[in-house]
Design a protein around this ligand. Structure first.
Ligand SMILES: [Zn+2]
Ligand SMILES: [Zn+2]
Length: 130
């Protein structure tokens, strides 16, 4: 694409300067109008082809970080780490999908969700059954 555009532009330029040299109206100058945009489109496509995988790589590197940050802040579909095995679970998981350990303990007296390894309810202090 860039090659074709470059070729057309060179032909057009050669003709243009030949015309200046006294050979009359440049007959091939229109080629520059095709050649120049072709160079532009061609290099844009080339850039895109190179930037595509690069930006995907960056996105792949950054997205989990953003998700973890949001998860730590309690926003969106974040993840929570299992206290028992260290496995990553959905933030709203009740049980670890790796080892089956409870990710949260719902207080039997006030229904507050406590951490999976909590022994007493953080809200009312009730003894949490293991
Ligand atoms: Zn686990
Ligand atoms: Zn409670």
């Amino acid at each position: 694409m860039v090659g074709i555009g470059l070729l057309l532009t060179i032909i057009a330029m050669a003709d243009f300067f030949a015309a200046f040299g006294g050979f009359g109206v440049p007959g091939n100058f229109w080629m520059a109008f095709i050649g120049l945009p072709l160079i532009g489109i061609g290099s844009a496509i080339t850039k895109f082809a190179y930037l595509g995988p690069a930006s995907r790589y960056v996105a792949g590197e950054v997205t989990p970080t953003i998700r973890d940050t949001l998860g730590a802040l309690g926003i969106g579909g974040g993840t929570t780490t299992c206290a028992s095995c260290g496995g990553s679970n959905a933030a709203d998981a009740t049980y670890c999908d790796d080892c089956g350990a409870p990710m949260r303990r719902v207080c039997p007296s006030c229904r507050t969700a406590n951490a999976g390894d909590a022994k007493f309810c953080k809200s009312c202090g009730a003894d949490l059954p293991v």
